[in-house]
Ligand binder design. Structure first.
Ligand SMILES: C[S@@+](CC[C@H](N)C(=O)[O-])C[C@H]1O[C@@H](n2cnc3c(N)ncnc32)[C@H](O)[C@@H]1O
Length: 471
């Protein structure tokens, strides 16, 4: 627990100035446990079904309809429903979590994507995306239509982003590991919505993460503003006229919040603040009306700052194609698919658009529809990674399994969460099926896909991705 005496003087002074008589209530809130939230993955199910499966009537996060508080007693991660199995003892060690049915996310962190007005069909960029909280939420809102480009500058953090995108079953996605400067050279005025969840000093996360506090003592707010304004400048280039840009941080620092935004707006008079209604305990900024802070003494969540900007529709938007910018698009002739791959895809009851299948070094991808892909950028994923074409066979990958709905597979091995084979499977063990079969089969928990097995008679050789196993 952080106490007032541990806080740097400059920080206390700034908070007193910001909060006035609320300062004491804020300091008191530092003694309380942080809230734990979960958010339904709307790509896979709705919240009523999730509550049913987890056997809990969670309290809702007031400002995000698919967000819930995990425990009335905050931070206590005890088993929700599956009482039969003592090994399943936390919200992150639960078969439904492995099935990507929900994302664990701090309730305030659910705000930026929820106010970005994202609708199916939009092209959305999440510029500072790892580990993927906002990206998985954006994908939920897109409902498989449109495009999500999700980027992070850090090569190590982008791995966690990739995993979360794949567990969530997202296919209309490009994952990049890029400096925003490079992205803006390719994606000029390309996106309808952009989220900049900027790197920041993390003042709002002190009670949740002591490492953030330690890092803060070594590196205060001033060092972040240049980076934040730089990222916003690149985002501005990539937004279509009329588009929406959301800027968020998990800090209270007015240097990083209003300060960075004011610097940005001074050089971008084609952007206006699109007011966020100060409801649910959100506190409107006095310095920059229309933007809001979330304080832990005002609502059930950690500290955040959120602003929504709108780019004016000053000039008529010219489609990229007309500008001839789609030149480098990886446009292939519809490939002649290897028989192994086309035979495998026939097992999945879905209308595949074969023109979107892209094969690179024996790896097969299903590209997002109408997405601009440029060779100069470092893509971690271009769409859904289907699998690898091997000699005389196709090896389907985990990302594909997570994207398949159980009713798209003719004969899934569908196990109940109360079946101990589920945890065995997630641990990478061989399991026995109830019926005989020969070949690759989809394993599901209560109708939601988990991964593949290679079945011979009743014995099912485990194909669950090693790096994701239950340990
Ligand atoms: C607050 S975190 C993002 C959290 C994420 N949006 C989520 O909801 O899970 C900020 C991220 O910005 C990334 N970052 C730092 N500098 C960056 C830059 N210049 N361009 C893009 N991303 C950057 C960091 O690696 C970090 O993952």
């Amino acid at each position: 627990m952080i106490q007032e005496k541990d806080l740097p003087k400059a920080y206390k002074d700034a908070m007193q100035k910001l909060l006035g008589e609320d300062y004491k209530a804020y300091i008191k809130s530092l003694d309380e446990k942080p809230y734990v939230g979960i958010r339904t993955n709307l790509l896979k199910l709705d919240s009523d079904r999730l509550k049913e499966l987890l056997d809990r009537d969670f309290k809702s996060v007031p400002w995000v309809k698919e967000g819930f508080y995990f425990e009335e007693e905050r931070g206590v991660l005890t088993t929700p429903s599956i009482k039969y199995n003592k090994k399943i003892n936390s919200i992150s060690k639960n078969p439904y979590y492995f099935a990507g049915l929900y994302y664990i996310q701090e309730p305030s962190a659910m705000t930026p994507a929820s106010i970005a007005k994202i609708k199916p069909g939009d092209k959305v960029l999440d510029l500072c995306a790892a580990p993927g909280g906002k990206s998985t939420q954006i994908a939920s809102y897109l409902q498989g239509e449109g495009l999500l480009v999700t980027n992070d500058f850090s090569a190590s953090r982008v791995k966690a982003l990739q995993k979360n995108v794949e567990v969530s079953g997202i296919d209309n996605v490009l994952i990049t590991n890029e400096d925003p400067k490079h992205l803006s050279e390719v994606y000029s005025e390309y996106f309808d919505k952009i989220i900049v969840d900027a790197p920041c000093s993390g003042e709002g996360m002190f009670r949740r993460d002591s490492a953030v506090f330690k890092a803060y003592l070594g590196r205060g707010p001033e060092s972040f503003t240049g980076i934040q304004v730089g990222i916003l400048n690149e985002a501005a280039k990539m937004l279509k006229p009329g588009g929406t840009l959301v800027y968020s941080t998990c800090t209270y620092s007015s240097i990083e919040d209003e300060g960075s935004l004011i610097s940005f707006l001074e050089n971008h008079n084609d952007f206006d603040i699109d007011k966020i209604t100060p409801e649910f305990g959100f506190e409107e900024s006095k310095q920059l009306p229309g933007t809001v802070r979330l304080f832990p003494h005002k609502l059930k969540g950690e500290g955040h700052f959120v602003a929504r900007l709108k780019k004016q529709d000053g000039k008529k938007y010219i489609e990229l194609k007309e500008k001839g910018k789609g030149k480098n698009k990886k446009k292939q002739k519809p490939p002649k698919l290897p028989k192994e791959l086309s035979d495998f895809l026939k097992k999945i009851n879905r209308k595949w658009d074969y023109e979107r299948i892209f094969i690179n070094k024996d790896y097969a991808y299903y590209l997002p529809k109408d997405a601009l892909i440029d060779k100069s950028l470092h893509y971690i994923r271009t769409g859904l990674l289907l699998g690898e074409i091997k000699k005389n066979r196709f090896e389907p990958f985990q990302a594909l399994a997570m994207n398949i709905k159980s009713d798209e597979w003719e004969n899934p091995l569908d196990l109940s969460a109360t079946d101990e084979r589920v945890v065995k499977y997630l641990k990478g063990e061989t399991i026995e099926a109830d019926d005989e079969y020969s070949g690759i089969r989809l394993v599901c928990v209560d109708g939601f896909s988990l991964g593949f097995v290679k079945q011979n008679k009743r014995s099912c050789k485990n194909k669950y991705y090693q790096g994701w196993r239950w340990v």
